[in-house]
Design a protein around this ligand. Sequence first.
Ligand SMILES: NC(=O)c1ccc[n+]([C@@H]2O[C@H](COP(=O)([O-])OP(=O)(O)OC[C@H]3O[C@@H](n4cnc5c(N)ncnc54)[C@H](OP(=O)(O)O)[C@@H]3O)[C@@H](O)[C@H]2O)c1
Length: 301
Amino acid sequence: MAGRKIAVVGLGGIGGVAAACLSLSPDNDVTVCARSRIDMLTFDHNEDSTSIALKTLTDPNIAEPVDWVILCTKAQDVASAAPWLERLCTPQTTVAVLQNGIAHEERVGPFAKGATVLPAIVYYNGERLAPDHVRLRHIRGHDLLVPSVPEADAFAALFAGTLIDVGISAEFITYQWRKLLVNVIANPITALTRQRLGVFQRADIQGLSLGILREAVTVGRAEGARLCDNEAESILETFLGYPAEAGTSMYFDCLAGRPLEIEALNGAVVAAGRRHGIATPLNEAMLALLTAVSDTNAAEG
Ligand SMILES: NC(=O)c1ccc[n+]([C@@H]2O[C@H](COP(=O)([O-])OP(=O)(O)OC[C@H]3O[C@@H](n4cnc5c(N)ncnc54)[C@H](OP(=O)(O)O)[C@@H]3O)[C@@H](O)[C@H]2O)c1
């Protein structure tokens, strides 16, 4: 009989892979909280494809408290997931937030009923091929990274023996900002230009990217991230090695007319910049333009 009660909220690319992997451990009792019912999930990894039976709830009113919530919605959907958190959380629950951006505690804490909020950096690629079909790709290093806090070992234990490798770091804030730095150029620029990563081969786009990155590096350092003097240049250089035909989640959300995760990315840089009195005009421009797109998508969706 599985001991740990786990609820995975949001069955997209990241939540689908997390639910699949967690379900494969006999120590976990996994419930998926989603907007539509999926009883069987196909999970692809390398050449393997596995069918995994899921216990899915679509009505928050019948959810019961759990030990762990793995929150896998996009950042802008946290408020809409509040009815789930209301039922699932107690002060003994830990909510692991598998989302891009920073400030996970501030974003999720108000809905978590005194539960502990554990931010996680997601390094794996989770692709939703169909509502009931996901694929895991490892990018490099750990698949998930959490800060070295008291809940970290227990979180890593949830995934022990599965395909997801969880790292724990005392330098979490630095890694969080490094991930944010990639996201503050990749997502808005592909979304605004409606072009995949190949657009970064253009010299004018590289110049704009460096400007956005340098602002974000200054803010990240003020927040305590240990970023190097040439961090902006080195992020851009690494980034230019990514496949030109790859898209980003904001690019795909933009094409599909969905709301965008811009507030959690460039919005986080702008907000932190304001706290430290650091001007971030290029990030503000990305935020304003894409908030306008996102609001229109939300109104029309
Ligand atoms: N995918 C990746 O490879 C990747 C990599 C690194 C980081 N991330 C980050 O990980 C987070 C999750 O990304 P994702 O790619 O998994 O997004 P996604 O594919 O869009 O999945 C989000 C899921 O959340 C569900 N959802 C939204 N509101 C909900 C609610 N109120 N109740 C229940 N379910 C709800 C959506 O349901 P519907 O299907 O009904 O819309 C969708 O299934 C984001 O912050 C993203 O930036 C993703």
